[in-house]
Design a protein around this ligand. Sequence first.
Ligand SMILES: NC(=O)c1ccc[n+]([C@@H]2O[C@H](COP(=O)([O-])OP(=O)(O)OC[C@H]3O[C@@H](n4cnc5c(N)ncnc54)[C@H](OP(=O)(O)O)[C@@H]3O)[C@@H](O)[C@H]2O)c1
Length: 333
Amino acid sequence: MLAWHLDAEHSDHRFGEVPDPVPGPGDVRLSVVTSALNHMDHWLTVGRPRPPSFPHVPGCDVAGIVESLGPGVTTWAVGDEVVVNAAVVPEAALSRGVDSVLDPGLQILGEHRWGGHGALCVVPAHQLARRPKGRTWVEAATYPVCSTTAWRMLRRGRLEAGERVLVTGIGGGFATAAFCLARHLGAEVHVTSRDPAKRRRALELGAAGAHDSSEPLPVQVDVVVESIGPAVWDHVVRALRPGGRLLVCGGTSGPTVELDLPRLFYKQLEIIGASCGSQEEFSDVTRFLEEGLEVVVDGVYPLERYPEALQRLRAGEQVGKLVLEHTKGGTPA
Ligand SMILES: NC(=O)c1ccc[n+]([C@@H]2O[C@H](COP(=O)([O-])OP(=O)(O)OC[C@H]3O[C@@H](n4cnc5c(N)ncnc54)[C@H](OP(=O)(O)O)[C@@H]3O)[C@@H](O)[C@H]2O)c1
């Protein structure tokens, strides 16, 4: 098949032929209609993490049409329109419900196994959800990684309607997903960004306040949704109300932060890490999409123009998700 792939460590992606992936027992093979970028697309090119083998096909967010079934699959049929939960776990782990993503066998699509920036993608059948009714193929590719992670964070962070939330780095795909979800759940949402134009855009999208990430924050909040790390850490810890919850899923500006312990215990803060989402959480988010959860699309590129989209992500120019369109795929269900 034709796919974007890495064929050596610390290289950039190349577009060309790689072997067709073969569905094993319990797998389905999808004809990919849309896939979306994440910061992982960039991390892989700098060896953080190193792909497990080469060639490696990236692409964590995938929506497509079931093209063929591996042995034993009875739950899906050729032609079904589906979206993939990128947090791939062994089927036995599903019995752990929302904790299935704590399974040691967890693999992230596009990181630990081939992803979806190619014509075909093979995943276990139990990772699929039906494409949300009434949503386009572009919208379907925006939510598996970012909105599902955001839901796991907000659920674990016990967000309640009416609480005040701060989402850092609003340009990012994850941050825009968390912003939309927190608003969907009835929170008052403030954001940070380095870029005045992105702060204006966030206000247009309904943010209650938009603040410069590099300065002390003028608000006190119940919950912070954080993915940037050291560049904003001190400001966001100070912005938490006593008893506040700091929810963390990434460290775009670096992996290490300093924590002022008296601030943590006197203010009785909680820090909660979260990564990906279980199949239950993915189903919840699929339902939220059907209920009208907003998603923010920064741009749609034909598959061949992946490097342009990746350059925009690396430069931090985007507001929302960057989506690759492989085929037209049809109209919304
Ligand atoms: N654990 C998980 O399951 C999971 C899932 C999704 C994402 N993540 C993590 O979340 C992070 C964001 O991912 P993404 O795909 O949304 O990436 P992205 O689209 O590239 O967004 C990153 C955003 O971070 C902000 N930023 C970057 N460097 C910064 C700096 N030095 N100082 C201040 N702000 C900075 C920028 O926002 P502004 O331009 O608005 O300032 C940028 O738009 C990554 O670290 C990713 O690994 C983790």
